[in-house]
Every structure is written in C-alpha cells, then in structure tokens.
Design a protein around this ligand. Structure first.
Ligand code: G3P
Length: 215
C-alpha cells in the first residue's frame, strides 16, 4: 500500500518525503485555506517536492466550471490529479477529463454505488472518507472493503485511496481491507512510525554497547 500525505503544509511534506516513503499528496479546499497559501503556488511547490501525484480540488460545482478549473490546474504540473466530488456534474466532468487524459480523484465517496459510478466515468482514483463515515456511526473501513471486493470482481483498475484517516488503526484496517493508498494526516503519519518497544530497544542496545566498551 502506498502512503500519501493529506496536507497542504510544505514543511510537513518536506519532512515526511525525507523518510523516503511518500508516494503522493492530497489536498482539499479546507487544507489549502488552512495553509494560507495560494492554491496554484502551493500545488506547484508540492509537486516539485513529491514528484508524484498531487490531488488539487476544484471549487466549481457545475460541469463546465469543473472542467475549466481542472484544465488550468493540470497545466501547473504533470503530477497534478484533479479532485472532483462525486455528483452528477462531477461524473460528467470526470468523463470529459478522462477523455482528455487528465487524471481524476473522485472525492467525498460515501457508498459503493458512488465508487462504481466514479470508476465508470473514468476516475483514476476514488476516495472513500473513512473517518467521516465513522463520525455518523457507519463503518468506514467496511466501505473500503466493499469497494475493493467489487473492483476485484469486475477487474476495475481505479485505485482506492482511503481518506479521512484519523488514527493509526484506520491505516491498519484500510491496508487489510484492500486500499491501494492511504492518505494520512501528518500527525497520524508520525504516530505510525512510533512504538514504545522500538524506543526502549534502542535505549537498551545503546546502554549495553556503552557498558561493554567502557574499559
Ligand atoms: O482530504 C480529504 C480527507 O482526508 C479529509 O479528512 O479528517 O477532514 O474528514 P477529514
């Protein structure tokens, strides 16, 4: 499973990219607004650091508007992926962009029918929002499992991005449920690498080494 970072903060991206495990980045209007940066500027900068897929979301809600914004964003870098909400207008825009060879990540996916429609429209990625499903008492990981199963049965090549990840357990469960990619917030990424026994193990190795080498 690939790891993407779900952020528009350049310093966070630089740090995690430095681990050598980062395949891409996803942003959304909330994350870009929080960063205080201009969308186009930040997308170009992220693409230069990651050199992999960078999802940038359209703001328009009508098909023509989405297609126009998407074309502009796609011109910024060969790594740009257009994030489009799964609505009737979004599906139509996705079909048009797919025919032009512009990759689309269909976002705000909360059901298997939405994921199947997104794939049929030509989306390269679908993003089921685990955390937000759990927030309303649903089974976010269950949705990832269903999508992975249906895509497997039908030989659908659209990649599943487990999004709206809130805690390390979500990453574990998304991996086991068949997600191709987990897009993870910075805080959760830092939690993923930590284990108290790793820290204790290092401390003990160093201590034993020092003792043996202290004349
Ligand atoms: O980027 C989309 C998604 O990951 C948002 O997560 O925590 O706002 O539901 P969240």
């Amino acid at each position: 499973m690939e790891f993407y970072l779900d952020t528009a903060e350049i310093e966070e991206i630089r740090e995690i990219a430095g681990w050598g495990v980062l395949s891409g980045v996803t942003t959304n209007p909330t994350l870009v607004a929080k960063s205080g940066r201009d969308l186009k500027e930040v997308v170009i900068e992220i693409a230069e650091i990651v050199k992999g897929p960078v999802s940038a979301e359209v703001i328009a809600t009508d098909t023509e508007g989405m297609v126009a914004e998407a074309r502009e964003l796609a011109r910024l870098s060969g790594h740009v992926v257009i994030k489009i909400p799964v609505t009737p207008e979004g599906l139509a825009a996705t079909r048009r962009l797919a025919e032009e060879g512009i990759p689309v990540n269909m976002t705000l996916v909360f059901s298997l029918p939405q994921a199947l429609l997104a794939a049929r429209a030509g989306a390269r990625y679908v993003s089921p929002f685990l955390g937000r499903i759990d927030d309303i008492g649903g089974d976010g990981v269950g949705l990832v499992r269903e999508i992975a199963e249906a895509f497997g049965i039908h030989g659908i090549e659209t990649k599943i991005i487990a999004a709206s990840i809130r805690q390390p357990r979500h990453v574990v469960e998304a991996a086991l449920a068949g997600a191709d990619i987990a897009t993870v917030p910075y805080k959760v990424m830092k939690q993923l690498v930590k284990h108290p026994l790793t820290d204790a193990g290092i401390a003990r190795f160093l201590e034993d080494w020092r003792r043996a080498h202290q004349g």
